[in-house]
Design a protein around this ligand. Structure first.
Ligand SMILES: Nc1ncnc2c1ncn2[C@@H]1O[C@H](COP(=O)(O)OP(=O)(O)O)[C@@H](O)[C@H]1O
Ligand SMILES: [Mg+2]
Length: 399
């Protein structure tokens, strides 16, 4: 048997597509109650189709799961309707991708039914009536999700939303075929709408709160199992990603991107698992946070302590070290630099200082550890970058 290369080309990923922003997971941890509420609001669709139409508004910051919640709901509902022989469609359209134009939004919706529908020759009003006509012809019902509604409001004020919500009102007696899910980050955008359009939308609001660290952890656990080979991401590192994302913005989108990029760093460094350093690298590549002047303005012993900590993180795989380990690493650095190490209480103050600056993060060890101790992590900067920066300023100081 020949072996042409000793290098093994493997990847920490099992299925990268599961980390794609467009992937719609089967289960949405911590959004179960919102999903049930949506189901309740749209119960009529399968029980008494055509008897009413619904308008729902979903709000929440970036990465609170608005888009995925709506899409998961849509897939489930269409399946449920199909099983009952009801011709229900769910179409999800992003207003920003349609340049905030009602015309383009409707065109995209119609093309789902008639792929060759002409691109020109109709006004938005005409397209809206054509859409309803198509639904009538096919005895079909449509839930139209209009995502990033701010773009539509910016593009056309109240008018487009008014038209969408009122199109059925002149068809008294005819089946109601078009329901809307509007998705919006900032409810304050509604204030620019006329009062009747606003009150139509405000009737059913589903507001999504930012995720907490434990919630992000649950979301990440599911994704890790789907996307990575087993053993490629440790529990501790899942926690680390969840915490980094939660302390920045409670944003699931950021958390999943961080995980994906960390996986890329692991692959390029031929590592069979994601290490904490890969996560730190991923985090600065998303946005760099630590500034050089911040490092150079630290006190000498803060720099020495930080250098010890950076080195310790560079040498180990772990994402957290105890304050005792930090002190040991600091003592070694002091020896190298011919300085007398400071006492424990002083070191404690430095650690607090550095965490107030956001360079370190501290927390009390949780369950599972004997006794309580303070754990230190380096949330934002790769240990190797920090070490390099510290060496530069320490060396400059000596001259
Ligand atoms: N509860 C959840 N369970 C699983 N994945 C989630 C959950 N919430 C959000 N996500 C994922 O996080 C990312 C961002 O969610 P998204 O719906 O795009 O947020 P938003 O539209 O509010 O900005 C997507 O990859 C999405 O699949
Ligand atoms: Mg979205």
């Amino acid at each position: 048997m020949h072996s042409f290369s000793r290098r093994r080309y493997f990847s920490v990923f099992k299925d990268e597509s599961k980390l794609d922003i467009n992937y719609i997971p089967l289960h949405l941890p911590h959004r179960g109650s919102k999903l049930s509420f949506l189901n309740l609001l749209f119960r009529f669709v399968v029980e008494r189709p055509g008897k009413m139409a619904q308008r729902v508004l979903i709000t929440g910051m970036v990465g609170t799961g608005k888009t995925v919640l709506s899409q998961r709901f849509g897939l489930n509902k269409v399946k449920e309707a199909q099983d009952k022989g009801i011709n229900l469609h769910y179409i999800h359209i992003n207003c920003r991708e349609c340049s905030g134009s009602l015309f383009l939004i409707l065109q995209r919706a119609i093309v789902k039914f008639y792929p060759n529908f002409p691109r020109r020759g109709y006004s938005a009003d005409e397209l809206l009536h054509i859409l309803i006509q198509i639904l009538d012809e096919r005895d079909a019902y449509l839930i139209l999700a209009i995502d990033e509604l701010e773009a539509l409001i910016r593009g056309g004020g109240s008018d487009p939303i008014y038209k969408l919500t009122r199109v059925q009102e002149n068809r008294l007696g005819a089946p109601q075929r078009l329901s809307l899910i509007c998705i919006l980050r900032e409810p304050s955008h509604l204030e620019t709408l006329d009062s009747s359009t606003r009150s139509t939308l405000q009737h059913n609001i589903i507001h999504l709160e930012k995720y907490s660290t434990p919630q992000l952890r649950d979301i990440l656990y599911d994704r890790v199992a789907l996307a990575f080979r087993s053993g490629a991401v440790s529990e501790q590192n899942i926690e680390f990603v969840a915490e980094s994302a939660a302390s920045d913005r409670g944003d699931s989108r950021y958390a999943i991107e961080l995980l994906w990029r960390a996986g890329k760093y692991a692959d390029t460094s031929d590592s069979s698992e994601i290490l904490a350093e890969h996560i730190r690298k991923a985090s600065v590549s998303i946005y760099p946070v630590i500034r050089k002047d911040q490092i150079s303005s630290l006190k000498l012993h803060e720099k020495l302590l930080l250098l010890g900590i950076a080195r310790r993180f560079k040498q180990t795989k772990v994402a957290y070290i105890s304050i005792g380990e930090a002190e040991e690493a600091y003592a070694i650095v002091c020896e190298e630099h011919n300085k007398n190490p400071r006492k424990h209480t002083q070191i404690w103050k430095y650690v607090k200082e550095l965490s107030a600056l956001g360079i370190l993060k501290t927390e009390i060890s949780g369950i599972g550890q004997r006794g309580k101790t303070t754990l230190i992590s380096l949330p934002k900067v790769p240990a190797s970058d920090l070490e390099k920066e510290l060496k530069n300023t320490l060396y400059a100081g000596r001259r």
